[in-house]
Ligand binder design. Sequence first.
Ligand SMILES: NC(=O)c1ccc[n+]([C@@H]2O[C@H](COP(=O)([O-])OP(=O)(O)OC[C@H]3O[C@@H](n4cnc5c(N)ncnc54)[C@H](OP(=O)(O)O)[C@@H]3O)[C@@H](O)[C@H]2O)c1
Length: 247
Amino acid sequence: MNQATVIVFGVGTARGVGGAVCKRFAREGYHVFVAGRTASKIQQVVDDIMATGIGSAETLPTDVTDEAQVIAAFDRAMNPGPGREPADIVVSNAGNNAVIDFTKLSAAQFEDFWRVGCYSGFLIGREAARRLVPLGRGTVIFTGASGSLRGKPGFAQFAAAKAGLRMISQSMAREYGPKGLHVAHVVIDGGILGERLESAFPQMVQRLGSEGLLDYDAIAENYWMLHRQPKSAWTQELDLRTFKESW
Ligand SMILES: NC(=O)c1ccc[n+]([C@@H]2O[C@H](COP(=O)([O-])OP(=O)(O)OC[C@H]3O[C@@H](n4cnc5c(N)ncnc54)[C@H](OP(=O)(O)O)[C@@H]3O)[C@@H](O)[C@H]2O)c1
């Protein structure tokens, strides 16, 4: 039997959602295309997977805001070589975040957040639809955040991008679900205990502690579950939060 393949876009450090999703699929024996923009980080994820001896992985250096690079990544993942199936699970995970005073938010900053948080989802989603709909199968998962559903002071740039991403996922799901493509959006409602939060918001990590923050491996488990869902009971939107979250 051929080896199944997955492509995960927007992978950063091994201690984040992207890296955890890569490892979760590798545990099932998948070949994982680890797509991200920082060579050392995606190489570490590949090394971790190869060290386990289960599944396999390769890096795919990709800036998800660059149309030509996203298309080239799909060209590679849809032609993975002998003994492997074309990728039929695509994850769009890139993200950035910062608290920025609205009156000080520059046009360039706003556009940059939109490019990473929303436009990348359009490029990845469109390419996935082009490649997977003719096959009549596949799963596309977009990573959202609390900002996908609500804006808060200092987060206009982030929430606007994530809300747009959510609408791309809904539009795609309604159009391509009946053609066999499962499109899902995951609202991660809270902070994740990982590299990004520890470096950008250390006070938050200290204040909330491990029980007040989401675990990236537990999140990745849900991505695997979404991909495994039978067609008769598909989730379009999944929200995840810790038991302690006040919402
Ligand atoms: N961390 C949280 O507390 C939190 C909470 C709710 C939702 N989320 C969402 O969850 C997702 C994963 O977050 P995470 O914190 O766990 O990070 P992660 O999965 O470890 O990494 C996401 C990566 O996206 C990458 N990225 C940014 N711009 C990119 C670009 N132009 N091209 C390619 N990759 C790019 C960054 O790579 P580099 O590191 O190389 O810059 C970043 O590390 C994001 O969509 C985020 O919005 C995170």
